[in-house]
Design a binder for this molecule. Structure first.
Ligand code: F3S
Length: 56
């Protein structure tokens, strides 16, 4: 199953991904998103800074 990944150097903590898919993303202690349940069928989140990638 494809896996979501957050590039924390790129993430600005806008929260769109956490708000849209709280089952997949959470904030870490630095206010950056991380994929806590990265396996996704499909991901409809459009990160405004392109920090999220999905790899097969
Ligand atoms: Fe960060 Fe993008 Fe999510 S900026 S908080 S990875 S939508």
């Amino acid at each position: 199953m494809p896996k979501a990944h957050v590039d924390k150097d790129t993430c600005i903590g806008c929260g769109l991904c956490v708000g849209t898919r709280p089952d997949v993303f959470e904030f870490d202690d630095d206010g950056k998103a991380e994929a806590v349940n990265p396996e996704v069928d499909e991901l409809e989140v459009e990160c405004p800074v392109g920090a999220i990638s999905v790899e097969d």
